[in-house]
Design a protein around this ligand. Structure first.
Ligand code: HEM
Length: 324
């Protein structure tokens, strides 16, 4: 995504960490012990050490004392390597199971939809025919259903699940951001939209998968348990389920290739990919760049002041640590 100059978070301590510490005079070294001490008695209370007699050279020469470089303000949400945790382990495991099961379902489902394709014939030959493909499709379906059910538990009953789920809710700002981004892409605006934890692109990704899973699981179960479905519903119900399953499968595959793969792989900002799905982290620089509103919120919550700054461009290697 094209990025232009825009407000960017730069943080400093509210007290102003820029201030150099006052020069301190070391107490004079005691050469002679107090008399009472030497005589074995308790020493008399001593007057505080005399104020510095010798001024620092610069001050003595009438110059401003040299300021020491300010220590960077501590940021509790940034780890020692300069990365911020974006996804907890439970979310990463769900994502890994989701995309592996989806890939299995696409690779075993599409040859069923297009059996006359040369690629489908090649695939069936390679795995031993139609039956193994149908069997593996059902295995993939079991994993997808398990992930879907676990996700419902995760977003309802865990703190990080609820926090992330709420972040995915569409807001009026998302609609403004779409318009803003289109204007920016067309060159009518100089500044790109400033996103929170999830941009409208990521929200669209999430809800497309959510909706797609509901359709695919319900229609898939109707196809799987055909006899039961026929006993409960009229035949046209099964035909609708088959159409929905077959067409949504194609739509989902294209959405993954066009929308998801562009945004997380082929976008020059991310190419070849961000490893966040694996280690759950993004670099502080990338967070400022892609999620400045969330970055500023975390900084303010940590009691840090946020100033404007021109963003640095994102380059390969800015996506947190490389994949281990
Ligand atoms: C990403 C998710 C999925 C994709 C992309 C997908 C794709 C497909 C495709 C393309 C077909 C062939 C449709 C046709 O013949 O026109 C199919 C068939 C089928 N799918 Fe799925 N599917 C997915 C999820 C599921 C799920 C979750 C279930 C079960 C709950 C399921 C159960 C079935 C069944 C039973 C068939 C019929 C296979 C047969 O002929 O035996 N699918 N799927």
């Amino acid at each position: 995504m094209k990025q232009g100059n825009r407000k960017q978070a730069k943080i400093s301590t509210p007290s102003g960490a820029e201030k150099a510490p006052e020069p301190q005079a070391p107490p004079p070294a005691t050469e002679k012990k107090p008399e009472a001490d030497a005589a074995g008695k308790a020493p008399k209370p001593q007057a505080p050490p005399p104020a510095t007699e010798k001024k620092p050279d610069a001050e003595a020469a009438g110059k401003e004392p040299e300021k020491k470089a300010a220590a960077p303000a501590p940021k509790p949400f940034v780890d020692k390597d300069g990365n911020v945790e974006r996804f907890p382990v439970l979310l990463r495991v769900q994502h890994i199971l989701l995309f592996t099961s989806c890939l299995v379902l696409i690779f075993t489902g599409l040859p069923l939809k297009f059996p006359e394709w040369k690629l489908s014939v090649f695939f069936f030959d390679a795995i031993g025919g139609l039956e193994p493909s149908r069997f593996i499709h059902r295995l993939g379906a079991v994993v997808l259903i398990a992930v879907g059910l676990f996700h419902l538990y995760y977003i309802a009953l865990t703190k990080s699940g609820r926090m992330n789920f709420l972040g995915f809710f569409p807001a009026f700002k998302d609609f403004k951001d779409v318009f803003h981004n289109v204007m920016y892409m067309l060159g009518f605006r100089d500044d790109a939209p400033r996103f929170d934890r999830f941009s409208y692109v990521e929200k669209f990704d999430y809800w497309a998968v959510y909706w797609g899973m509901v359709v695919m699981i319900l229609s898939g179960l109707i196809l799987w348990f055909e006899d039961l479905s026929l006993a409960l519903f009229p035949k046209y119900f099964l035909d609708i389920a088959h159409e929905a399953h077959s067409d949504e499968a194609l739509l989902a595959t294209l959405a993954i290739i066009v929308w998801h793969f562009y945004n997380v792989h082929f976008n020059p900002d991310r190419f070849p990919m961000s490893w966040t799905w694996w280690h759950g982290k993004i670099s502080e620089k990338e967070m400022k760049h892609h999620h400045p509103v969330e970055y500023e919120r975390l900084a303010k919550a940590a009691g840090l002041e946020v100033e404007d700054e021109t963003p640095e461009p994102i380059r390969a290697g800015d996506h947190g640590p490389p994949g281990e």
